[in-house]
Design a protein around this ligand. Structure first.
Ligand code: ZN
Length: 254
């Protein structure tokens, strides 16, 4: 097999993996942001519960004051009672007292409702705080996992870049430029396999003499698909190149 073509097949295989690792790395910020969002939402829930309790306490104090004010008014009416001269005025005063006592009863009812609801507010605060603690613990575990995944991906990318440099060093500059240009046009894939005498990428039939040339071990020329412009390689060549890639990456791990 042509040495340059072998290097190109290797480069393509590395670039595909680089693409995968980069895509993985690109997802990390969103995964971290999702954790932050979950914590922020749980914190907001605690704040909301506390704000609701605060409002409820303010209202309770207002109703307490209402009760006090109405009671004070009743006391004043009763004091006035001793100075009243006519029955009519007395009845009017009695009526005022009844109304005020009704107000007291209503304010006391509202107050009682608030006091009962107060327990519910306490319960909600406790529940939201518990949930926040749980979410913080869970996200801490997830964050550690994400960070170790990210470090592994970065390490892998570093290794792939080193592999890439080695592969690139074997390729003449004009061929590399050609590869880069075609890859850019086709989503990073500049090579195409010959399968059943066709371009496996676009399905175009390949001329017999091109196939013959490709099969000749000594052929120096690179052949492009006439339709999609990708560079041809043979399946056997890819198999041997893939084997050599995995052999080299295995030796690096050890
Ligand atoms: Zn093609």
């Amino acid at each position: 097999m042509q040495k340059v073509l072998q290097s190109l097949v290797q480069l393509q295989s590395i670039d595909v993996r680089v693409g995968e690792v980069r895509a993985r790395l690109a997802r990390f910020p969103r995964r971290i942001a999702e954790l932050d969002q979950r914590i922020a939402a749980a914190k907001a829930d605690v704040d909301t519960s506390k704000a609701a309790q605060f409002t409820s306490i303010k209202e309770r104090k207002k109703y307490e004051l209402d009760v006090e004010q109405w009671k004070e008014r009743v006391r004043k009416y009763k004091d006035q009672g001793s100075q009243i001269k006519t029955n009519e005025a007395y009845r009017a005063l009695q009526h005022e007292i009844e109304l005020a006592e009704q107000e007291i009863a209503e304010a006391e009812d509202r107050l009682l409702e608030k006091m009962v609801a107060g327990e519910e507010y306490d319960r909600r605060i406790r529940a939201s705080e518990k949930s926040l603690t749980e979410i913080e613990a869970a996200t801490r575990v997830e964050r550690t996992k994400i960070e170790s995944d990210k470090a592994a991906a970065e390490r892998e990318l570093g290794e792939l870049n080193a592999d890439r440099e080695r592969a690139v060093a074997q390729i003449p500059e004009n061929v590399l430029d050609n590869y880069t240009r075609i890859a850019k046009k086709h989503d990073g894939i500049a090579l195409t396999e010959i399968r059943d005498e066709r371009c496996s990428s676009c399905g175009m039939m390949i001329r017999p003499h091109v196939i013959q040339e490709l099969r000749r071990a000594t052929g120096e020329e690179l052949f492009h698909c006439e339709t999609c412009t990708r560079i041809f390689y043979n399946l056997e060549q890819s198999a041997s190149a893939a084997a050599s890639i995995s052999a080299s990456s295995n030796s690096e791990i050890q």
